[in-house]
Design a protein around this ligand. Structure first.
Ligand code: CP
Length: 299
């Protein structure tokens, strides 16, 4: 899964694969913190960052982690590509592949786009979020954040907010389920949420049950994907004393999380830990993808 040349999906990942990956992340983190290591093997690697939707955390953490590994990046700005002149995306990606990058990191608004791009280019692709389909690197950093806190704990986690249009929810469900966590979704009364819960075999709970959770995983309303969800923001009095709050970001303060819950350094708030772990997790993903590239020189 993670040791394939690329990372399109987290679906089907196993607990041993996750544990082995988390061990790698922790060991890289510890050794890098001791002696700011760079991998000599990656110095000739070129990656393309192709983000067709806005991003702060994912794009910058990939760029920072890759730079720390010696990767040279080509950062595309979709506004300046010849797509604007009417060229197809397929022709665009086939042209990009001819410049022989070693891999691509892609974010796109179409669900399933990364799989298509891999077929067009035959290059390793890391899915940095495709429509409402998946966000596998986010799932790895979310799962790592909880595992790091307590590797043995079987967390009770409730998703709160716009689950239906969330690629994070989908990928997190695959990763959290592999770790044996107890998952639920807060019922907003909508038919789509009921159908989603049924399709993903996750139980629906009432908002009042949030107090009994170890973690509330809050999700932004995906207005750019046509969401009509109108749940009042998560409030401090929704939570138990020990309940941990997670959110993949970006947070819309007052809409997803009440302003009082937007102190990302607060004891029970993991938002900044998630963001920081994004760097280490993505560094390890890049190392896995690039280690496979040691098979031979570029032709
Ligand atoms: N969580 C996440 O994907 O954030 P960005 O959109 O800022 O990358």
């Amino acid at each position: 899964m993670i040791n394939l040349s690329g990372l399109l999906s987290i679906k089907g990942i196993s607990r041993p694969e996750l544990f082995s990956f988390f061990d790698q992340v922790s060991s890289t983190k510890n050794s890098s913190q001791k002696q700011n290591q760079k991998l000599s093997t990656t110095s000739d690697q070129v990656g393309i960052l192709a983000f067709f939707e806005p991003s702060t955390r994912t794009r910058v953490s990939f760029e920072a982690a890759g730079s720390a590994l010696g990767i040279r990046w080509i950062v595309l700005n979709p506004e300046n590509l010849s797509l604007k002149k009417g060229e197809s995306v397929k022709d665009t990606f086939q042209a990009l592949a001819l410049y022989r990058p070693d891999f691509l990191v892609i974010r796109h608004h179409l669900s399933g786009f990364c799989e298509l791009a891999q077929k067009w280019t035959n290059l390793p692709i890391i899915n940095a979020g495709d429509g409402f389909n998946e966000h596998p690197t986010q799932a790895l950093l979310d799962a790592y954040t909880l595992w790091k806190k307590n590797p043995k704990k079987k967390y009770k986690i409730a998703f709160f907010g716009d689950v239906v249009r969330s690629r994070v929810a989908r990928s997190d469900i695959y990763a959290f389920r592999a770790l044996g966590y107890d998952l639920s979704i807060v019922d907003d009364g909508g038919l789509e949420t009921k159908l989603f819960a049924k399709a993903f075999k996750v139980k629906l709970i009432s908002r009042a049950k949030l107090k009994a959770q170890d973690v509330v995983f809050c999700l932004r309303v995906q207005k750019e994907r046509g969401s009509q969800v109108q749940m009042p923001a998560l409030m401090p009095n929704d939570l138990g004393k020990q309940t941990l709050v997670m959110h993949p970001g970006p947070v819309v303060a007052g809409e997803d999380l009440a302003y009082e819950l937007c102190d990302f350094k607060a004891k029970n708030n993991l938002v900044h830990e998630q963001v920081e772990n994004g760097f280490w997790v993505r560094k390890e993903i890049l190392r896995n993808v690039l280690n496979l590239k040691k098979r031979g020189p570029k032709k």
